[in-house]
Design a protein around this ligand. Structure first.
Ligand SMILES: *Cc1c(COP(=O)(O)O)cnc(C)c1O
Length: 230
């Protein structure tokens, strides 16, 4: 079992944050990268607004949420925290795009031209990333790599959307090495399309992701502990 998983539950958020930051720095060092080029996105799904406030007090500013409805309920309690940016990292149905555009600063899961156009029509400036299904798993959301060129062109036709990179979620595996080829593939696609941002890596495989070029790691469990099931 990975060491982050066996840390005593009595650890404070400050201690867990320090441990995650140390892991990020260690991986960056091994990869000869500067840790400042890696955003720690704190994933607060299934945790209350108070958890976001606690993390904010410790200096975290970028937060990831998976569900539009869930974040709509928390947003009134966290909106006043200046300097925060909220990212949607869960699948977005186009019928929820208007509310998502209102709530979030960045949508990391744009996966179709239709969704891009819906977000554009909300009329708010947004950062977007394109979710790519690099593993080809049938049940996964994300765009087919072969459809990326068309998707990028569609997003670039939307003046309110600023495209910053690609995002992926590889098939679940305990073994962080299993994700490496998928991370590598995402990086190759980003290079091919001249995109800089790479949102990849979670609690258990963030080192692998950083070694493969991640610019944003999305970390929930290692910061906040185990989630209740939805
Ligand atoms: C839940 C989630 C995460 C965080 O996962 P942990 O294993 O808890 O760090 C990251 N990315 C996405 C897309 C998620 O849904």
């Amino acid at each position: 079992m990975a060491y982050w998983n066996v840390q005593p539950a009595a650890q404070t958020l400050a201690e867990r944050l320090a441990a995650v930051r140390a892991r990020i720095c260690g991986a960056a060092e091994r990869a000869h990268r500067h840790p400042a080029g890696i955003t720690l996105l704190a994933v607060t799904k299934m945790f209350p607004a108070a958890t976001i406030a606690d993390a904010y007090a410790l200096g975290l500013r970028e937060f990831g949420e998976n569900y539009v409805q869930e974040f709509a309920a928390k947003a009134p309690d966290v909106r006043h925290l200046t300097g925060t940016r909220f990212h949607l990292i869960g699948h977005l149905q186009s019928n929820k795009s208007a509310i998502a555009a209102e709530l979030f600063d960045c949508i990391q899961t744009v996966d179709s031209p239709k969704l891009a156009r819906r977000l554009e029509s909300a009329g708010r400036d947004l950062e977007v990333m394109l979710e790519v299904n690099v593993s080809g798993e049938a049940a996964k959301s994300g765009a087919d790599p072969a459809a990326l060129r068309e998707l990028i062109a569609a997003v670039r036709e939307c003046p309110h959307l600023t495209l910053t990179g690609l995002m992926t979620m590889p098939p679940w595996s305990e073994d962080p090495e299993a994700a490496r080829p998928h991370f590598r593939r995402l990086r190759a696609l980003a290079e091919q399309h001249e995109l800089r941002g790479l949102s990849m890596g979670m609690s258990h495989d963030l080192e692998t992701a950083i070694e493969e070029g991640a610019t944003c790691v999305r970390v929930g469990t290692a910061l906040f502990g185990a989630r209740m099931k939805a």
